[in-house]
Ligand binder design. Sequence first.
Ligand code: PRX
Length: 704
Amino acid sequence: PALLLPAAAGLVLTPATRTHSSAAAPHARPTIRAVLDVDVSQQRVPVPAAFFEKSDGLLNGKAAYDEMYQRSVDDPSAFWGEVASQFHWEEPWSEVMSYNFAPSKGEVFTSWFKGGKTNVCFNALDRHVAAGHGDQVAFIHEPNEEGETVKSYTYAEVLDEVQRLANVLKEKGVRKGDRVSIFMPMVPQLPIAMLACARIGAVHSVVFGGFSAEALSGRLIDAQSTVVLTADGVMRGVKPINLYDIVQAATKICGEACMEVEALVVLKRLPDSDKTPTLVEGRDVWWSEAIASADPKCDVEWMDAEDPLFVLYTSGSTGKPKGVLHSTGGYMVYAATTSKYVFDLQDGDTFFCTADCGWITGHSYVTYGPMLNRATQVIFEGVPSYPDNGRLWRIVDEHQVTQIYTAPTAIRALMRSGEGPVKASSRKSLKLLGSVGEPINPEAWRWYFEVVGDSRCPIADTWWQTETGGIMIAPLPLEGWAQKPGSASLPFFGVQPVLITPEGKEIEGPGEGLLAIKAPWPSTIRGVVGDYDRYVTTYFPIEGEEYGYYLTGDGCRRDEDGYHWITGRVDDVINTSGHRIGTAEVESAVVLHPDVAEAAVVGFPHPIKGEGIYIYVTLNEGVEQSDELLQALRMQCRGEIGAFASPDVIHWAPALPKTRSGKIMRRILRKIASKDTDADSLGDTSTLADPSVVDTLIATSPLA
Ligand code: PRX
């Protein structure tokens, strides 16, 4: 097998468990699981009988899944062709699927439903309204302030606002294929903005509202989007976020790079005050005024199945964030199908995904998947901890939520307040609990299952990525499908996970290796904006004898039952509170400070965030370390990336451990950051130019 990516040799495997880590390689990276749980439970938890009192189950038990899964991998074209025919296609496809994952065999590509024409917005809205469901509630807006009166939307109302907004975009000159950026709070108008783009074939690029002006401008320039949908601001908990000011600052940075932002559509979300922005005349319009005067009818643009639907920026191990591209037909089919089966989404359900649409979870499991299934959803503008840690459970009761989908970091944060805030609610409406974004440690799993779900609800621990577009590995709530706390268990239909060695050899049976996927699923990443080479070297560096693999960047262990235990990233990506940040991004931010000579960033196990951000900073000669400098470096990260990139630990490092050729040895920095510093753990330090650096760093650790 050919290994095309030399960097893969630097990949490290992470131990899934403490028991496991004793046998693992010396450079293994400690994980949150290892810290919180002595061993990963092999306990098997059946889907609770109470679940089947609420649901007939969409399939007839695990055996039905087994049969369907087999069919989906034996004949993907027949399987997905049948699934896709449940949607509206203006013109039929001529070929279900073709692909090449092996760079040596020519251009890498994935194609689904070639020649077919459809529109995702039409399938998510018009189809339901035409079938008589216009009066069904689509979005229940749950505001930041509990009790504030805000508008909820029926499917007909969403369709109306989407059409008007689509016409506003057209008036601003947006045409099929143009990229429109969206920098908005998590309110119903955010998915509405995305659907309006999809309606006219504009490619949306949603940027999470927590990013800084610097980060936003980079994404605007890379996507070359000159039209931006935004808001004056939003309250998140007690914190105001002045989105318009951030966009303004970003447009200035764009201007310096010779890119003019030509139009802003601004939603007013905050009450009038002296902070209400004065819009730039000729460039900006208020959302409400623009849609009030817009034509209420907007025909859909029929799109080729392989036309791009959206771009979403995500961090990798090197360089600046990449714009991950997803296309129309395959993404639509996969987002809808995973929503339905993984969450047992059925008529009458009220689905509550706590993710912001600025991340892939909000794309696939707020805007697209549930809407394609005609679900009623809660759109939550606030944060789980405001005004107190009981908020989510009160939302569940108030709106009779049937499925909640959230992240382990939120669960761990809420666990800190104990059972009280949970038990103050009934939660009787819940039938299923979802988890996403990072490994869920068994302790949090058990709390979610026993305390939140009263042992009545199965847990869907869903493993997937921005690049995969939809859920790849997750248990389905079926009779006979036992769950193991901390394992995402088995693949979804059509997904063929394999474990490989860094050399590209497949590992059979139980074992641990790099997680890769053989053959495409419908929402496979289609490209990286403007960078084919990066797309190939990042995701398709490994080729077997017959075919290539999509490389996930995660490590994984497979047990005797074939269950998958994701062990975390094997590259230089930190997963902090379920957000991906490249260590290189944080390093570039810190070294911009004039007092900094050098910086190295690693992740370390953090009890709430999963991984925290740990920065080793070497100051210029003569510069004294100080609290002011510490604060300045934090601000530097916030300013360059966003508040969520603020470091958890800054370690003043007199020097960094380097090889004689000058390469920083990150595995040693990871060990020191996680306080795992006995000689066995540290491994061989003799190749360092100056081994005494290690002792100095251990002695100067701020965690000591
Ligand atoms: O490391 C895996 C982790 O999150 C990464 C993907 O991050 P992102 O593209 O931001 O998408 C997050 C939401 C899908 C993965 O490479 N990850 C995500 N879900 C899980 C997970 N790790 C373990 N278990 C999960 N359920």
